[in-house]
Design a protein around this ligand. Structure first.
Ligand code: G6P
Length: 370
């Protein structure tokens, strides 16, 4: 096992550090920047289904559901196809309206999650075209779908999903750009600049790992005895906030909630005092001014602010107690880059608390029963 961990103390840390490679592997053979093409047989062979779709419904559980929420932002922004995202467990029991004009995408690392599988079967029975985004090759979900794209993240051992999540985001990004290019909603110049930026994302992740690992480890020391955390973000980074909070809950057993930053005033703000740490994802592109005013409100209530900002940021940084810098990207890529220090933060807090990071209590890597 020590050899499998490749010198890292835990699989989770190894998998966090593998992300430049896993994202790259997920794009390999698909993203051909020089030719200006995204090649995805699963999409291309069924392009009429996507083109004529009334809507796309994404179903998933856990971390994969968070990837799905970001998929909604991506596909609606770039391909202008309406998207709904549902928990598989809710979808399957609420007699959902599904027709043969719907495309249902299931996202699942393991490809074995019982609720996701059952939801897909239901969608298939009702005539929808079903598509899988799985990491495990030849898994049950991969086998029952009409078509799909594998995330090539490699085996994920840590129960808390990290590299599978960023690989799922990579696939969803490719799908959104491909559909948008095809249906004319994403013009050629924008497409070319976006795919060039996507191609450089593995390098951005590498930079973030190098520049934030020690810093985040230090920050984590101050939160070992904390009992609550709030994670806030807007736009694409709202689901990233949900995922950051989930990582912390899963492995450190600290209660954490993710929220859209603007919703803070409808509840969570009542919880803010000097004992409440708030992780706020505040990149330049994506409602920055709005985030600044959210941060002011937190500051006025003495909340402890851990800000994830772009390099060179001044406004949010000036108010924050802790600043974690990530490179500036187009908004659609920021959840991939911002998730990395949040994974590290959850990891180091859990390690300092002496938790079993790779196998947290009560959780399973793959939930094959209801
Ligand atoms: C479990 C795992 C999570 C995962 C979720 C969905 O709860 O602990 O890490 O996100 O199942 O799993 P899937 O394999 O369908 O992505």
């Amino acid at each position: 096992e020590q050899i499998e961990k490749g010198g890292y103390e835990h699989f989770m840390l190894k998998e966090i550090f593998e992300q430049p490679k896993s994202v790259h592997d997920t794009m390999r053979g698909r993203l051909l920047v020089d030719e200006g093409v995204i090649k995805m047989a699963g999409i291309w062979d069924h392009i009429e289904k996507f083109k004529n779709a009334n809507r796309i419904i994404i179903i998933a559980c856990g971390t994969s559901w968070h990837a799905g929420l970001i998929g909604e932002y991506l596909i609606e922004e770039y391909a202008r196809i309406p998207v709904e995202v549902e928990y598989a467990s809710e979808f399957r029991y609420r007699n959902p309206i599904i027709t043969d004009k719907d495309v249902v995408i299931a996202i699942s690392q393991s490809g074995e999650t019982a609720d996701t599988m059952a939801a897909l079967k239901l969608a298939k029975e009702k005539g929808a075209f079903i598509y899988g985004i799985c990491n495990v090759v030849d898994s049950s979900i991969a086998r029952i779908t009409d078509a799909g794209s594998y995330t090539h993240a490699g085996p994920e051992i840590g129960v808390a999903s990290t590299k599978a999540f960023t690989a799922q985001l990579t696939i969803l990004t490719l799908i959104a750009f491909k559909l948008g290019k095809h249906n004319g909603n994403l013009g050629n110049a924008d497409f070319m600049s976006l795919i060039a930026e996507l191609d450089a994302i593995p390098k951005r992740i590498e930079d973030v790992l190098a520049s934030t690992n020690e810093l985040v480890q230090d920050i984590a020391k101050d939160f070992v005895s904390t009992t609550n955390f709030l994670y806030l973000g807007r736009g694409y980074n709202y689901p990233a906030a949900l995922e950051g909070a989930l990582k912390l809950k899963e492995i450190s057993y600290i209660h954490a909630e993710g929220y859209p930053a603007a919703e803070m005033k409808h509840g969570p703000i009542a919880l803010i005092d000097e004992n409440m740490p708030i992780v706020i994802i505040a990149p330049k592109k994506g409602h920055y001014d709005k985030i600044v005013s959210n941060v002011q409100e937190i500051k006025a209530r003495k909340g402890k602010i851990i800000a994830v900002v772009n390099k060179g940021d001044t406004q949010v940084s000036a108010m924050a107690d802790y600043v974690i810098e990530i490179p500036e990207t187009s908004e659609c890529f920021s959840p991939i880059v911002a998730s990395v220090p949040l994974q590290l933060l959850a990891y180091y807090i859990a390690v300092y608390r002496g938790a079993n990071v790779d196998q947290p209590r009560n959780l399973a890597k793959s939930v094959t029963v209801e």
